[in-house]
Design a protein around this ligand. Structure first.
Ligand code: TEU
Ligand code: CA
Length: 563
């Protein structure tokens, strides 16, 4: 397996709107990020993944781009961006930018032209079709509720948008579109960036003819059409072309955000010899507490089982070992906070946040930390739907409560548990006004618990989640077995303890995590001689053990190593 900087590094995702506001307008910005680079360097992260900062009307907070080569005014100028990149490189860190090319904003000049007339030179930059029987060209549902098509009066046709109606899908069948994308990628790589995170990149190739989806929910007017656009017929062809025309000429990392991807796809996409991406984000563990196939889709809420988490993570670990490379994450700007979702944000906030960090970061793959996760930021509950900002939340609320008359409390509960704004409240830097994020009322309310959960307080507390993250990152970096070692699951059926080993050239590590609020005696299998082991890190003070039995406290995690 080849050694790579992006296998050894730890990535930190910055959601710029909510990270740090330098000019008192309540909106995070590039200079605000530059002000915090020493904080990130001290945390020990190596690579910054920056969510989109390009010009955008912010219908989907920057994932709707109206100019791929300009910086969003609210975030600053190209000079601010170049200064930030210089400061990142000066600290021997790297920058990965977000590439959103399945769709653009409807305010992009290309779409403004395309919608003017059927024979406009830009018409085929997007996907236009005549209606069928007085309705949309097919029955696909949008990821963000409603039809995936919008009717455009001017030319009497519909255009496809898998996301909002302000995010028209680009037509990747059109070679000119692909060339525009590769040229834009080279523009940014020539500026010195170190890679791309590729937004829903496996949706860019659609089945010719755009056929109707199978009716899987007869109560729904529109149907999930994934069979016709997930890992579509020309996906690998387009990605190979992208590598030929752009990526392979630079020392860059790529991470594909690939909804619905399965381990065998992930192995093919990231294969060291024949692959097209350094790694992918898979979603199997992000769907463990819901039923994506149900009528509520992502909004469904159901209990999850540790044995299922083990099955998912182990499948990905073993399928990619020796072939490709995993990304490791529990949070991002689309997901609720992991300590609320998988830990215990009430009684065992600190212990469970540290346990979760240990469990996910020491598998084989590149660990990603989402802003605020390193201090255990939690979900938020705004009583009024007016306090929410996310278009996905508002579309869901409007469809369910306003249009379908569903129970408001029930829908608000699904938003509390699964809403993306859980991850988008301002970064909590201190207990000062607006959590030290801004001097002005932020674009979205601060989580009221910022007075007790913030960077400043945790920098001063040796036992804080923040200081544990720093130590954990150091431990991972100091042991190749934790980076390159193979992964073996122990006790698949145990619903309380997640234990796995890592192995490399005769060196072994054991990672044990108690996912419950109970004290548990865990006997380590003989395959790992824990009595002779060195303890590398743990979220409680170390205890003298009786033989191979570990007396684990609530949410206790430990890491051992034997040569
Ligand atoms: O997300 C793609 C995606 O699958 C999301 O719909 C996500 O799974 C869902 O919101 C979870 O609730 C990417 C970006 O990460 C997201 O922020 C954008 O809204 C979306 O693409 C469209 O660009
Ligand atoms: Ca600002």
């Amino acid at each position: 397996m080849e050694r790579k900087w992006w296998k050894e590094g730890v990535v930190y995702q910055v959601y710029p709107r909510s990270f740090n506001d330098s000019n008192g307008d309540g909106i995070g910005d590039l200079r605000g990020i530059t002000q915090k680079l020493d904080y990130l360097k001290d945390l020990g992260v190596d690579i910054l993944w920056l969510s989109p900062v390009y010009e955008s009307p912010n219908d989907d907070n920057g994932y709707d781009i109206s100019n791929y080569r300009a910086i969003m005014e609210e975030f600053g100028t190209m000079e601010d961006w170049e200064n930030m990149l210089g400061e990142i490189h000066k600290r021997e860190m790297r920058l990965v930018m977000d590439l959103v090319v399945n769709h653009s904003s409807d305010e992009h000049a290309w779409f403004q032209e395309s919608r003017k007339s059927k024979d406009n030179p830009y018409r085929d930059y997007y996907i236009w079709r005549d209606g069928k029987n007085g309705a949309e060209p097919n029955n696909w549902v949008s990821f963000f509720s409603g039809s995936a098509w919008d009717y455009d009066e001017a030319t009497g046709q519909y255009y496809l948008h898998l996301f909002t109606d302000k995010q028209p899908d680009l037509n990747w069948e059109n070679e000119q579109v692909r060339q525009e994308v590769y040229d834009m990628m080279n523009f940014w790589m020539d500026k010195g960036i170190d890679g791309f995170r590729m937004d829903v990149i496996n949706l860019i190739s659609k089945t010719p003819g755009l056929p109707d989806a199978e009716v899987t929910n007869k109560d729904n007017k529109y149907q999930w059409g994934g069979e016709h656009f997930v890992n579509g017929p020309r996906f690998m062809e387009f990605m190979n072309e992208m590598n030929e025309q752009a990526l392979k000429h630079y020392d860059v990392m790529t991470v594909g955000e690939t909804p619905m991807v399965k381990p065998e796809d992930g192995a093919a996409f990231t294969d060291e010899e024949s692959g097209v991406l350094s790694m992918v984000f898979q979603f199997d563990h992000m769907e463990i507490d819901g039923d994506p196939g149900s009528q509520e889709g992502k909004w469904s809420v159901k209990p999850w089982k540790l044995s299922k988490m083990k099955e998912i993570m182990t499948n990905w670990q073993t399928s990619l070992n020796g072939k490709g490379w995993n990304s490791l994450y529990l949070e991002n700007h689309d997901q609720p906070r992991s300590v609320s979702r998988f830990g215990d944000a009430e009684e065992y906030h600190q212990e469970s946040a540290k346990m979760l960090a240990t469990f996910y970061q020491l598998m084989q793959g590149t660990p990603y930390i989402y802003q605020g996760q390193e201090i255990g930021m939690t979900n938020v509950q705004f009583d009024s739907i007016e306090d929410y900002r996310d278009v996905e939340i508002h579309n869901w609320y409007n469809e369910q409560v306003t249009e379908k008359g569903k129970d408001k409390q029930e829908i608000m509960h699904s938003i509390f548990v699964k809403g993306r704004d859980n991850a988008r409240t301002p970064m909590q830097w201190s207990d000062e006004n607006y959590a030290g994020f801004s001097d002005a009322e932020p674009w979205i309310k601060v989580n009221p618990n910022y007075t007790s959960i913030n960077v400043k307080q945790q920098q001063e507390d040796e036992e804080s989640i923040l200081n544990y993250y720093k130590e954990l990152i150091k431990v991972r970096k100091s042991h190749d077995v934790l980076i390159y070692g193979s992964y073996q699951l122990l006790d698949p059926e145990d619903e309380q303890i997640y234990a796995y080993t890592r192995e490399l050239d005769g060196e072994k590590a054991l990672i044990v995590a108690n996912f419950t609020n109970e004290a548990i005696d865990y006997s380590v299998s003989e395959s790992f001689p824990v009595e002779q082991a060195e303890r590398l890190i743990g979220n409680y003070p170390s205890e003298q053990e009786e033989g191979g039995t570990l007396q684990l406290k609530p949410y206790e995690a430990r890491v051992y190593r034997v040569q």
